[in-house]
Design a protein around this ligand. Structure first.
Ligand SMILES: CC(C)(COP(=O)(O)OP(=O)(O)OC[C@H]1O[C@@H](n2cnc3c(N)ncnc32)[C@H](O)[C@@H]1OP(=O)(O)O)[C@@H](O)C(=O)NCCC(=O)NCCS
Length: 156
């Protein structure tokens, strides 16, 4: 997924080179370190019929003092357009609000990433602002639409 330029079009980093396992290991190390520190949780998504990885959802910048976190997600392109993105992100939000007592969840999406923006809005997120030219990815400047969901906004 991280080496697919289509799926990575609006990500904050350029696509990984397909055979660059070191990059993947570095990424997994960061996930493990965040989990150990208690400020990041990532899930692998699979379908009920198979254990093959089809996506990931990540809660990060988890802040217990303010009961706040950010959310990121990536679904294999072969699975797009069937509501699976919404299903996996919904489960992570339910866990954040329920088990972790998170009150506020934020997401940063390129406003041109319509699938991501619509999915967030369908789950109850509100667009709270626009940060201009916040990312420079592969030489291209990208804006950030900042989305926020307070626990009572959630539409499971
Ligand atoms: C964002 C992502 C998880 C959405 O997953 P998905 O399963 O395809 O999304 P869904 O099928 O749940 O559809 C979400 C909504 O977007 C709409 N949508 C999907 N693709 C779209 C497109 N290309 N243009 C416009 N709308 C689109 C759907 O119709 C749906 O809207 P609706 O509920 O009003 O019908 C998936 O596209 C993805 O992984 N993209 C690459 C990684 C990425 O960009 N992550 C987010 C970084 S902020």
């Amino acid at each position: 997924m991280h080496s697919n330029p289509v799926a990575m079009r609006y990500w904050s980093t350029v696509p990984w080179e397909p055979e660059n396992l070191a990059k993947a290991e570095e990424y997994l190390d960061r996930i493990d370190a965040g989990a150990e520190a208690g400020n990041l949780l990532q899930w692998a998504a699979c379908t009920p019929s198979s254990e093959a990885l089809i996506g990931t959802v990540t809660l990060y910048s988890i802040c217990n003092e303010h009961r706040r976190c950010e959310i990121g997600y990536m679904l294999d392109q072969a699975c797009w357009g069937r509501g699976l993105g919404r299903s996996m992100v919904r489960l992570a939000i339910a866990h954040a609000i329920g088990a972790l007592s998170i009150h506020k969840i934020e997401a940063d999406a390129d406003p041109r990433n319509l699938a991501s923006c619509r999915m967030l809005e369908a789950l109850g997120f509100q667009r709270e602002g626009l940060l201009r030219e916040r990312w420079r990815t592969g030489g291209e400047l990208q804006d950030s639409a900042i989305y926020g969901l307070v626990a009572t906004d959630f539409k499971p």
